[in-house]
Every structure is written in structure tokens, then in C-alpha cells.
Design a protein around this ligand. Structure first.
Ligand SMILES: C[S@@+](CC[C@H](N)C(=O)[O-])C[C@H]1O[C@@H](n2cnc3c(N)ncnc32)[C@H](O)[C@@H]1O
Length: 287
């Protein structure tokens, strides 16, 4: 189903305004391969008819949301990039836990968590290496814009292919149970993660003060102003000793000078050098 120039421009504007996804000319194939099957499932004869139906309603409705959901890139894997998790285990968590020893509270946000491999990697790492946290209040909040991936994440059921990507064999044996062709994550790990829908470019709910923020491989799809706004809002929620984790192709450089990169082995993470804020109040929408 080839897309016309006009329809592509309409979908680009929709994606930009509703999810911040930048779809420049040249990405027509991406729209065709992601929206074509959705158009068929929704009973339209062509992608053009589907886009026509989206255009016909001046307001954003359920079909628009399905289109946005289908346009998202959900690639993820357990312990993605390995080094940030090593840095966490060896250096960052011991330091953060010392800071939080009197409160006995640890709060982690996995923003844009896709199908859950990132927050579940964090949960398994805590269970495996920090047994002292059994007496703490540990909260792993995992959010994503896409209801489709959140449902899969909540189920915690993965294919052989998915568990072969990044997950140490010892973790598979210890934290998963095989059911038929699938691997089901044990309840003890699932219980540690709270999944919530959240669009990063809409007003944020009140966030708790955060020790660690993982927002990886999502801002790469956004324009500069959106990245700046999101980085600023994260600073307002990050505790003074907190750390920000980005994807390997992402950085705060030239976006937010209040963050300072810190290197741990082969991992680069970020600290906020701004006046400690933790003003995690509902803030206005990114325009
Ligand atoms: C490539 S995945 C990254 C998953 C994980 N963080 C990782 O690094 O492996 C990007 C995720 O960002 C989500 N996403 C895209 N735009 C978003 C937005 N505006 N608000 C929240 N999540 C968004 C997508 O649904 C997708 O699941």
C-alpha cells in the first residue's frame, strides 16, 4: 500500500503532535509497513481510505491512537548494552544505597519501557545482587505511550528469541518458568514493577523523587526542543544523588548544560548539577 505525499504529510504531523515522533520525508516505507496492516485489520480497503478516515474526524479518536501506537518502534532487549547495568551493579547502586540508607527507599523510573525487558532487568539485578533491599521500599515505575507494549510487558511472557537476547542463562533458569514454547517471568519479579501508560510529551503525572531514571532509545526519535523540555522535567524529579541513563546514541550535550556526564567503565551516565529540585509536580504540556 504506497502512501501519497499528502497522506504522508498528514501522518507526519499527527505523529509529531501526538507522540513527538519525527517522520521526515524518506520514511514513507515505515508508515506503509506499520499502518498498512493496521488499515487492513480495521477493515479499510486501502491505506488511503484509512488516512481519509483519520482526517475526517477533526478530533483525536481511538483510531488515531491506534495509528500512533502502530508507528512506535519497540525494539528492546534484556540488559540492553550491558555496560550501564554493570556500572549500576558495581558502582552506582552501592553509592545510591548509601545515600538512601536512612530512608530505606529506592525509586527507579524506566520511561518508554516497551515490552518490559528494561524494568525487569533492573528488578532481577536488584534481586540478584542487593538482597539487603528486601527490607526497603523499592519502586520500579515503568511507563510507555503504547498500550500494546504495556499489555505485553505486564504479562511478562517472552519467546525463546526474546530470552536469548541479553538475558544470562542463570537468570533464565532462576527467574522464569517454561510454559510450552514461552518463558513466563516469576511473580516475584513481576510484582516489583508497576506499569503505567504515560506519554512523555503530555502533562506528566506527579512523579515521586527519583534515584535513577532510564530513558533510553526514545528521545532519539524526538526533535531538539522536545528533548530539552523532557531533560529539564526529569531534572525536577531527580534526587541530588540521582543518575540519568540514556541510550548509547543519546546525550545531554548541547541540550541541557545542567547535566554532567560521568563515566563508569564503559558506561556514560548523567548527574544533574543544577540546584537540587525534586519539584515533581504535574507540569504543563510540551508544545
Ligand atoms: C525503542 S523502544 C526503547 C525501549 C527501552 N527503553 C530500551 O532502550 O530498550 C522506544 C519506546 O518508546 C515509546 N515511545 C515513543 N514515543 C513515546 C512518547 N511520546 N511517550 C512515551 N513513550 C514513547 C515507544 O512506544 C517504544 O516502546
Amino acid at each position: 500500500m504506497a502512501i501519497s505525499k499528502n497522506d504522508f504529510e498528514y501522518i507526519s504531523r499527527l505523529a509529531r503532535s501526538e507522540s513527538a515522533l519525527v517522520l521526515d520525508p524518506g520514511k514513507e516505507y515505515l508508515v506503509e509497513t506499520r499502518l498498512g496492516p493496521l488499515a487492513q485489520r480495521e477493515g479499510f480497503d486501502s491505506l488511503a481510505d484509512f488516512v481519509q478516515s483519520l482526517r475526517a474526524d477533526g478530533k483525536i479518536n481511538g483510531l488515531h491512537h491506534k495509528a500512533i501506537d502502530a508507528l512506535t518502534t519497540n525494539e528492546t532487549l534484556f540488559f540492553r548494552d550491558f555496560h550501564p547495568f554493570e556500572a549500576l551493579r558495581r558502582s552506582i547502586l552501592p553509592e545510591v544505597l548509601e545515600q538512601r540508607a536512612s530512608a530505606q527507599r529506592l525509586t527507579i523510573w524506566s520511561a518508554a519501557c516497551s515490552t518490559g525487558q528494561e524494568p525487569y532487568s533492573l528488578a532481577m539485578l536488584l534481586l540478584e545482587h542487593f538482597p539487603q533491599l528486601a527490607d526497603w521500599t523499592v519502586s520500579i515505575i515503568a511507563t510507555d505511550l503504547s498500550p500494546t507494549v504495556l499489555k505485553l510487558a505486564q504479562a511478562g511472557i517472552y519467546s525463546q528469541f526474546e530470552v536469548n537476547r541479553g538475558l544470562p542463562a542463570s537468570y533464565l533458569v532462576k527467574y522464569f518458568t517454561k510454559q510450552g514454547e514461552k518463558w513466563c517471568l516469576n511473580e516475584a519479579v513481576k510484582r516489583m514493577v508497576e506499569f503505567r501508560p504515560m506519554n512523555l510529551i503530555q502533562p506528566w503525572p506527579i512523579m515521586p523523587p527519583l534515584d535513577l531514571v532510564f530513558i533510553r532509545n526514545v528521545m532519539i526519535y524526538f526533535d531538539v526542543d522536545t528533548k530539552k523540555t523532557i531533560l529539564g522535567k526529569i531534572r525536577n524529579c531527580l534526587l541530588p544523588h540521582g543518575y540519568l541513563f540514556l541510550g548509547t546514541a543519546e546525550t545531554t550535550t548541547n541540550l541541557d548544560p545542567a547535566y554532567q556526564p560521568v563515566t563508569f567503565g564503559k558506561a556514560v551516565v548523567y548527574r544533574s548539577m543544577a540546584e537540587a529540585a525534586t519539584k515533581c509536580l504535574a507540569s504543563s504540556s510540551i508544545s
